[in-house]
Design a protein around this ligand. Structure first.
Ligand code: SAM
Ligand code: SF4
Length: 321
């Protein structure tokens, strides 16, 4: 039912639980962030109601993101409650995190029913990591190992920025390869709040493959619904590259996003969303569904359609990546 005018079916929902974050990644967070107040963000009751409606409409996977999702109190209980939606079609509950608090939460998340984690890791050099995130690397590595110990499947996400961590492509890949943790490089997108993005800071897919080629036997896989182009390295390791800038994949986009304040975004690059908070009451379910279906149907063909937009209010730390 969640289909747009270009026949793209929506199956994945990303929920930004909070705009707050303990990191200040250079490609994401403003220098002086101002956080939303508690009453501005959707309660877990509202979110649960929204998720139930979305699963009824055909969503199969829910990913919790932020800001930093582990900074939202009550996140573990929320995951417990989401499990009830498996009975009506929910297949996966996932999270994207910077892993700083993961050492503390990994076992609880597993018990609550979390299926998998994407962990942001932009460097395994402590000094580069500190420069890019303003945080220490060590707790993040402990978080990664805690997730492995708790047997939560993980993938690593790395945003490459020319002049910051582009010289570590090989080192990070070799580290992930040794640990056998699937790795995905993400092309830097112009959605950073510091507004420092320029085209020449993007490390594109072809360049990453050129760097890795002398060191690994690289086999591309056939493109699927996955936003990443997938490669197999030395026949035993999965590498993905999310090449939003150099090879956009809008024609197969199956995602929807909701901000912490309750705005539905049908595209990461859209400059406005559809407010739905006022309809998150049990007696408004049909109106809520109608508003969601209308917004989805009118999703534009691709992100190029938004390039001419004068001002974009929303940034990556509010929409959740
Ligand atoms: N705080 C969590 C984290 O960092 O994993 C979740 C939220 S973060 C906004 C979600 C993802 O968006 C992360 O993998 C992050 O690296 C990515 N991201 C943030 N800003 C980006 C940008 N300008 N271009 C590409 N990816 C970006
Ligand atoms: Fe925080 Fe994630 Fe943005 Fe980094 S990418 S500042 S960890 S929200």
């Amino acid at each position: 039912m969640l289909v747009d005018q270009y026949q793209r079916q929506k199956r994945k929902l990303r929920i930004s639980l909070t705009d707050r974050c303990n990191f200040k990644c250079s490609y994401c967070m403003p220098d002086h962030p101002t956080w939303l107040s508690k009453q501005d963000i959707l309660s877990f009751e509202e979110l649960y109601h929204f998720c139930a409606v979305m699963v009824k409409l055909g969503i199969h996977q829910i990913r919790l993101t932020g800001g930093e999702p582990l900074m939202r109190k009550g996140v573990v209980n929320f995951i417990y409650s989401l499990n009830q939606l498996r009975a009506i079609g929910l297949e996966r509950i996932s999270m994207t995190t910077n892993a700083y608090y993961l050492e503390k939460y990994a076992d609880e998340l597993k018990r609550a029913g979390l299926d998998d984690l994407n962990i942001s890791l932009d460097s395994i050099q402590p000094d580069t990591f500190l420069k890019m995130t303003q945080k220490e690397l060590a707790p993040v590595l402990r978080g990664i190992f805690a997730a492995q110990h708790a047997k939560i499947p993980i993938k690593l996400n790395c945003v490459l920025v020319q002049g910051e961590n582009d010289h570590e492509v090989l080192q990070l890949t070799q580290w992930a390869y040794q640990q056998q943790i699937p790795l995905r490089f993400i092309e830097y997108m112009p959605l950073d709040q510091p507004k420092q993005w320029t085209r020449d800071k993007v490390v594109i897919e072809d360049e990453i493959i050129r760097i890795l080629s002398p060191h690994f036997q690289i086999e591309p896989l056939k493109r699927s619904q996955d936003p990443a182009t997938l490669y197999v390295l030395n026949q035993n390791f999965q590498l993905g590259i999310i090449s939003t800038i150099s090879k956009p994949f809008c024609q197969s986009c199956d995602r929807l996003r909701i901000t912490a304040t309750g705005e539905l975004f049908t595209c990461l690059f859209a400059n406005t969303g559809t407010p739905i908070r006022n309809l998150l009451k049990s007696d408004c379910e049909q109106d809520l569904m109608d508003r969601i279906l209308h917004a989805v149907w009118h999703k534009k063909a691709g992100y190029i359609a938004y390039q001419a937009a004068p001002i974009r209010k929303i940034s990556m730390h509010s929409i959740g990546g």
